[in-house]
Design a protein around this ligand. Sequence first.
Ligand SMILES: [Zn+2]
Length: 349
Amino acid sequence: MRGILKYLPLALIFAGASLLGAGPEKDPHAAPKATPPSHPATPPAPPAAKPALKPAPGVPTPAPEVPAPDAHNVHAEPASVKTAEPAKEPPAATPNTTTPVAIIEATTPPAPVLPPIDAIDGTLTADQALAALSEGNARWVSGMPANPASDAARRQATSTGQKPFVTVLTCADSRLPVERLFDRGVGEVFVLRVAGNIAGAHEAGTIEYGVGHLNTPLLVVMGHSKCGAVAAAASGAQVHGNVGVLLAAITPAVERAKRNNPNLSGDELVAAAVKENVWQSVFDLLKSSSDLRQSLAAGKLKVVGAVCDISTGKVEFLGEHPWQSELIAAMNAQPAANPAAHAEAGEGH
Ligand SMILES: [Zn+2]
């Protein structure tokens, strides 16, 4: 028989309380804005996302111990076994069978076990959800994902209903595998992906479902580096078919990035436009959805922006829209907005 690899089991308990306080904080009231604009002009840069101060749960730190050779693998003659007759001739040279043969296989760290987030469904706060995403992203970036909630048992357990803990709107770019980026699994992330992470009526309706019916306490609107949709809008590319509809939604953000960063061009301009486009989508969602505004006002929802660097997988959380409170107040005072009119949002300022 072969030796049995023995690992120290990782007792990993998802401690909800430990997740508190990891979300970026800022003061949206700090933005000097007497009258909210018809679109979100470049907001002051929010504080950088606070990096995880502790190792991500589930990241194994000790290398697995090399298993001790099993007695059955020691091909040695027992010392007590001797022939009764003394050898009359010098024993012939024989292969050395007294050396233990330790079969040491190449091992990989044992997969840490993380419980699904919905195990504490109903008690998870937006900041806890944000911390879970940050910690999962740290595992992804480090190359040591835990792949939680991804086995057959999880699939079976979620077959009767879903309880995701976060709604994410991001780009359709194939380099943004959302669950893998955040190292979460089945039934945990309610994902919308559309080129340029724009927020038209269909996206707003889907997000209202995630927030209003599935009760996710957190909405993340995530752009990414090297976004082709934003780059196309920035270059004024001539496109065909329905792609033009997408670019029309992104163009206001690009124009704002150009106005606010007249010295930028190329990749730097696209990077600035990516962030502007995140805020544009947040603005469009708030403007078109009284449901989302009500959820925010009731403290049932937090909406944050984010940008993923596709070269590293690192997600930078941007916090809430700097003018969120002012925007909501102004929007609530106006008639219901036309969700399809968000392309106009960037031209009034
Ligand atoms: Zn993209």
